[in-house]
Design a binder for this molecule. Sequence first.
Ligand code: C5P
Length: 298
Amino acid sequence: MIRAEAPAKLNLYLRVLGRRPDGYHELETVFERIDLADELTFERPPGSALTLTTDHPTLGVGVDNLILKAARLLQRTAGVSHGAAIHLVKRIPVAGGLGGGSSDAATTLVGLNKLWGLSMERARLKALAAELGSDVPFFLEEAAFAVGRGRGERCEPRTGLPTLWHVLVTPPAALSTKEIFDDWDRAQAAAGLTAPEGSLRIVEHALSNGSLSELAQWVVNDLTPVAIRRCPLILTILSRLHEAGCPVALMSGSGPSVLGLCHDSEHANVIADRIRRLDASWFVHVVKTAKGDTAVGE
Ligand code: C5P
């Protein structure tokens, strides 16, 4: 049996540069891997069947689940008929802007590559990851931070950045990435907006210095206004994090998760306690940068 963690990601910066002819959107983003993770186990039963079970009460475990899509893609690409029984312990909120499903898919590629003894190289796994979804390749990077371009699948790792501490808040709502991007198209057409001038370099500089005050001025997530229209709680949580003492609060991905950047673990725990008292239905976690490669152990 192989056991592996599938960590969540945050987007510390996300600009939408425009809609592409293929319907996707050209992005400029900063990914950060964090220490909130799903857990996957892989076993090899006799035969070629791929099965998925989970402790999550409502998550679909049929052919549309990205874990099974990843398993089938690897089976097909490697030309093998090995089977797998996969079990998922879900800890990352579903459809929360944290990349949980994408991370599960990436970990499945790595886990089954090992279980089936395929010895497929990381570069080849990354190409398969990009077929599965825009966020999937990031989870095959060794660095905890990366700049993502294209659909988000073209990752440039950033090493040597300090560990960050966050309070992560997810309201009990799920947002569809596709619907948020569709809303962004409509808002863009109505307002005739053009993407603002780039501030990625300043954000990278602030990250390398660990300067939260500089970050506070420059972080941005262009999807925030349209996500707030579907889920006004995002605006409430952003305000509450500021009021509780976070110098920077930002929505992650297409929402609705919101992160507050904190100075250290103690600061994060104080703010998390304040936020927990406001609404018991919010998922509130203290998380930090997850350094090191995706763990795959036996
Ligand atoms: O790549 P992925 O399958 O995760 O994307 C889900 C949906 O989000 C896409 O079908 C597309 O509608 C939208 N999307 C986008 N531009 C991106 C990433 C995702 O329009 N860069």
